[in-house]
Ligand binder design. Structure first.
Ligand code: NAD
Length: 268
């Protein structure tokens, strides 16, 4: 895609699922990718290996990879991680805030620590990474791009997952506010809101035929999405094809946010 070749990206939580697919897709587009992982360098190395395979040979693609440890909810980790990427690649052009967690519990039984943890990773982590990336973007003349991976739960309430819903709703506003604040500084900020996607975060229903059917019944297109379909949206928003797009969240959800219950006429 236009304008991606030779750029430098950091993808948080890139050792599995959607983040891994984003890293692979960006590498195929000729982007150098820093693969952030929290605790398992082996998984991050798998991502690098897959990037290699996707390119035939990573050097053949002319792209570099870098494994960077860091817990996005920890300020010191984020500062160090972004500095490492900038020093190693010589700069950062694209930040993808993908790392995320979820915890289920009825709200009246939720422990404050658990609520705070989800907010700390999904929302504060995205803010910290964006803040450090923006400092760098402002220090140079070329454009900077931030893409926040939120969720359909940016707008659909999710009972028993209050912290997740609140964090993703917050990410929607993070996208819009940063986009407005830095629109005149060559910085574009957008979001991708995945619908139900086949990744490790959804282990609970992916391997259970009954639960899987329940999930699919909410999706007008009748199937879950793939990580590659989410990564395609990221590649587009990061590219110059999207040069005039900022402050938007692109819902990639098979129609999940279109109110499936209303697909048939329901009122005279
Ligand atoms: P996943 O569990 O495979 O990926 C999440 C990644 O984030 C993991 O690699 C994990 O190690 C990493 N991570 C967690 N805490 C971290 C931290 N503190 N610091 C750094 N990394 C951390 O699940 P996924 O489905 O690929 O999720 C990726 C993103 O997509 C998440 O933000 C998730 O909320 C969002 N999303 C997923 C779906 C879906 O159906 N899979 C739907 C909507 C949104």
């Amino acid at each position: 895609m236009k304008g991606l070749k030779g750029k430098n990206a950091l993808v948080t939580g890139a050792s599995s699922g959607i983040g891994q697919a984003i890293a692979i897709r960006l590498a195929r587009e000729g982007v150098n990718v820093a693969i952030n992982y929290r605790s398992s360098p082996e998984d991050a190395a798998d991502t690098a290996e897959m990037m290699d395979k996707a390119c035939g040979d990573i050097r053949g693609c002319g792209v570099k990879d870098l494994l960077v440890q860091g817990d996005v909810s920890q300020e010191d980790d984020v500062v160090e991680m972004i500095n490492t990427v900038i020093e190693t690649f010589g700069g950062l052009d694209i930040l993808v805030n993908n790392a995320g967690i979820q915890m289920e519990s009825p709200t009246h039984e939720t422990k404050t620590d658990n609520f705070s943890k989800v907010i700390a990773v999904n929302l504060t982590g995205s803010y910290l990474c964006a803040r450090e990336a923006i400092k760098h973007f402002l220090n140079r003349d070329s454009q900077g791009i931030i893409i926040n991976i939120s969720s359909v739960h940016e707008i659909i309430p999710r009972p028993q997952y209050l912290s997740y819903s609140v964090s993703k709703g917050g990410m929607g506003n993070l996208t819009k506010t940063l986009a407005l604040e830095y629109a005149s500084k060559k910085i574009r900020v957008n979001g991708i809101a995945p619908g139900a996607t086949i990744t490790p975060i959804n282990e609970a229903w992916i391997n259970d035929p009954e639960e899987k059917a329940k999930v699919k019944s909410h999706i007008p297109m009748g199937r879950a999405g793939t990580s590659e379909e989410m990564a395609a949206g990221v590649a587009f928003l990061a590219s110059d094809e999207a040069a005039y797009i900022t402050g938007q969240t692109l819902f990639i959800d098979g129609g999940l946010t279109l109110y499936h219950d209303f697909s048939e006429p329901w009122s005279a």
